[in-house]
Design a protein around this ligand. Sequence first.
Ligand code: APR
Length: 259
Amino acid sequence: MQAVAEALRTARHVVVFTGAGVSAESGIPTFRDALTGLWQRFDPAELATPEAFRRDPALVWGWYEWRRARVLAAQPNPAHRAIVELAGLVPRLTLVTQNVDDLHERAGSGGAIHLHGSLHAPRCFACARPITGLAADLREPQEGRRIDPPRCAHCGGPVRPGVVWFGEELPTQALEQAFDAAQSCDLLLSVGTSGVVYPAAQIPRLALQAGARVVHVNMQPVEVGGAREMSLVGAAGELLAALVERVKAADGASHSHPS
Ligand code: APR
């Protein structure tokens, strides 16, 4: 922990790469956690592919509206807030997220790179026009409730969630920006991701190969390679807040020496 705080204090450019684990303490289900993960309870092929949407748009749209309602009802947690604070303590911080919630933004992070899109960016399935001003279905979110998707005002096509489904390309610019940041940073914090979904999962490796230090913050131990890779085990909310406190304390100490 102290070594990581020291590395944060001296880093010129930090990348924070987040997955569902950073929103877990806000009550948002992750995907692969035993018992509670969404893919333990639902079949991604039934809900998170273009084919699934073509086959049964009301089931897929209803499921994402349930997830969107849960995000709207949730609050950012100490992990999101620690990342905002960290951005004020280092010269440059690039936030790259796989999450489709807006909890980083609601905590105060600006410019987050969303590799897998957003629940808050619906678009027409047919003509791809963005759909704005979609009222959240504020009825009590019920898992499994089918909701017919709204229709695009321009072409009449069904509205789809603005997320990247399995089998779809990631937004090119977002991926390029994320890869560039990973290859130019001194330190990458990988927070709350199982690292099994590509191409996003390449990002920590790219940083390592470019000479950066990589620190995994995860409830589970993450298998690490050489000396520049490290695994901090615990809840992101606790560990990131503790890291920020150490960086601030160290900063205080450094300024206390007579110049
Ligand atoms: N603090 C830190 N880590 C946590 C916490 C927590 N409070 N809770 C869970 N974790 C860890 C789990 O141990 C796991 O390693 O977060 C990780 C969550 O992994 P996944 O559920 O696989 O989520 P993620 O890695 O973001 O999935 C990547 O897969 O389904 C697709 O597009 C979807 O963006 C998603 C992608």
